[in-house]
Write a protein that binds this ligand. Structure first.
Ligand code: PMP
Length: 459
């Protein structure tokens, strides 16, 4: 039993696991050369609620919900039990020509909570795959309707939609994009409606509407050639938790409809209550043609994604010819374990006032971050629902950032980790995106350690 081990044994075990890992593994989003010394790996043996428990006996507050996947806490017993039950019955079955009740139930449940007008669900197993599916479906639907000229996508500057080549093509974060640029599709990039970039005296809404006018101009300049606009409604997460006013999403919907293009809402990160409403699109009062979901879909337990679309899109594929069908497939499409996890997660939304409780938690997050607004190296504290971000800068008046080579964010990461908190700054943007079950004591610890991390980043 881990509990019976003394500290020295636990430290030795963690060191052994770290060494074995580094002998055989290759981690995502990581310069592996940094690992042995500058950035020691953290072996985890268990997760409970908002906390991760290290093999070395240390505990870490998961302030980033393990890459924004976790909703109700690690080890949430109802979701764990649902997966275990499902595993005894049917772990997986081919989803072409076959079906099963968890997949049907989940589609019915998703359509019940999704914005009105969405009528079909297509499953996949990760967020990037969902984006690929929406892009291909959009192009193919236009083609099936006899419109072969629509071949271009519009994406937003500073957006992020995943790492596979199609999804990466739609992203505008140089760190991920630039190396592979020669391989990528070239969407038309529209200016981000990011409220942080508002002109002096301009409100977030005015900024959003100004940017929407630029979006409109782009559509007018490329009349008849655009398949779809893809965007992350309300929060550009990987782009530094940059936030915009819902008026932009509303206008984007109008512009797409007026110009015969689809709107793809990538709610992979902000769906399932993260934005303050079940889906961010609700705050704009719109229904997209494609809604991409993943991460929180299974409460953070299983890799799964879903693309929800309209009857109009679906019907464009119905024909006797196989060419007109959507032949995209992944082996694990509709995986029953993922469906069972997602159903258990959705039933928590039904049985508990999750969004109301989150409003209280979000209010506490705002109050605890309030003192940071006055910090000489904080240019902005912004929040959308259960996402709060703190923009750390070298110079507050000019909002100049530090030289990235100084790796200030890494200093903050290490300080937090040394003090039992998993914060993973995006550049120099620190953010809180905790499991919804985070309690007051943990929130206070988070605020205290974040303040310390800012000191370490800026001294
Ligand atoms: N879209 C958005 C908005 C995301 O935040 C992410 C993941 N961070 C993705 C797509 C890609 O999802 P995945 O990592 O599951 O491929």
């Amino acid at each position: 039993m881990q509990e019976d081990k003394n500290e020295a044994q636990m430290l030795a075990e963690a060191a052994r696991l770290r060494a074995r890992d580094l002998a055989v593994l290759w981690h995502p989003c990581t310069q592996m050369a940094e690992h042995p010394d500058a950035l020691p790996l953290v072996p985890i043996r268990r997760g409970r609620g908002a906390w991760l428990e290290g093999v070395d006996g240390h505990r870490y507050l998961d302030a980033v919900s393990s890459w924004w996947t976790n909703l109700f806490g690690h080890g949430e017993p109802r979701i764990a039990a649902a997966i275990a039950r499902q595993a005894q019955e049917l772990e997986h079955v081919i989803f072409a020509g076959f079906t099963h009740e968890p997949a049907v139930l989940l589609a019915e449940s998703l359509l019940r909570v999704a914005p009105p007008g969405l009528a079909r669900v297509f499953y996949a197993d990760n967020g990037s795959a969902a984006v690929e599916i929406a892009l291909k479906m959009s192009f193919h639907a236009h083609l099936n309707r006899g419109d072969s000229k629509r071949r271009r996508f519009v994406a937003l500057e500073n957006g992020y939609h995943g790492e596979t080549l199609g999804a990466l093509s739609m992203g505008d974060i140089p760190l991920y994009r630039r190396t592979y640029a020669p391989l990528l599709l070239t969407p038309l990039f529209a200016p981000s409606p990011d409220a942080y970039d508002a002109a002096p005296g301009e409100t977030a809404e005015q900024c959003a509407l100004r940017r929407a006018d630029q979006l409109l101009a782009l559509f007018e300049d490329n009349e008849g050639e655009i398949c779809a606009l893809i965007l992350e409604p309300l929060v550009q997460c990987a782009g530094g938790m940059r936030m915009h006013h819902p008026a932009y999403v509303r206008r984007a919907r109008e512009i797409c409809s007026a110009h015969g293009a689809h709107l793809i809402a990538d709610e992979i990160a902000v769906g399932f209550g993260r934005s303050g409403t079940m889906f961010a699109c609700e705050q704009a009062g719109i229904t997209p043609d494609f809604l991409c979901l993943s991460k929180g879909l299974t409460g953070g337990f299983m890799p799964m994604s879903a693309v929800l679309t309209t009857s109009d899109v679906y019907e464009a594929f119905l024909d006797e010819s196989r060419d007109r069908a959507f032949l995209h497939s992944h082996s694990y499409t509709g995986n029953p374990l993922g469906c069972a996890a997602a159903l258990a997660s959705l039933s928590i939304f039904q049985s508990e006032p999750v969004l109301e409780k989150n409003r209280i938690t979000a209010g506490r997050m705002a109050a605890l971050a309030e003192p940071l607004r006055a910090h000489p190296h904080v240019a902005d504290v912004r929040q959308t629902g259960m996402i709060l971000a703190i923009e750390v800068v070298a110079h507050r008046a000019t909002r100049r950032h530090y030289d990235p080579r100084e790796k200030r964010g890494l200093r903050g990461y290490r300080h937090a980790l040394d003090n039992g908190v998993l914060l993973r700054p995006l550049g120099e943007v620190l953010y809180w995106m905790p499991p919804y079950c985070i309690d007051e004591a943990a929130l206070q610890q988070l605020a205290r350690i974040t303040t310390g991390a800012i000191e370490r980043m800026t001294d």
